[in-house]
Design a protein around this ligand. Sequence first.
Ligand code: DQA
Length: 147
Amino acid sequence: MSLIFVLNGPNLNRLGKRQPEIYGSTTLADIKVDCHSTAIELGHEIRFHQSNREYEIIDWVHEACEIGAGIVINPAAFTHTSVAILDALNAFDGPVIEVHISNVHKRESFRHHSYVSLRADGVIAGLGTQGYGLALRRIASMIAEKS
Ligand code: DQA
């Protein structure tokens, strides 16, 4: 059994209420429940976190460097701005999948660039909240391939 970190950036605590025409009606609590059941099915454990503060996300990546086998991350707006999160992820040894609920490439041009993609092993965008479960499945196969 491995430990996978599922990290969520700013404003994702407002999912369900925030721009439902873009992000849908699923809440972060719903996503957490889904991720937990997917992890159980895959035989892994998850740590699920959300923060509006960049440093907290960086601290969780550091924790993952010590005890985690994989990271699923939706950095939200920090995707497009944070060299610091990229630097933290660059020091992590396992698989990283970047998830976006919306299709960022269909939106404003400032969302087309991702610092995190420079490190991510895969990127899922525009598959709604299902992207999290799919990312966990991919991380699980990458962990299995590695061991
Ligand atoms: C997002 C896309 C980002 O551009 C945006 O800032 C978010 C959410 C997504 O999941 O689609 O907050 O990461």
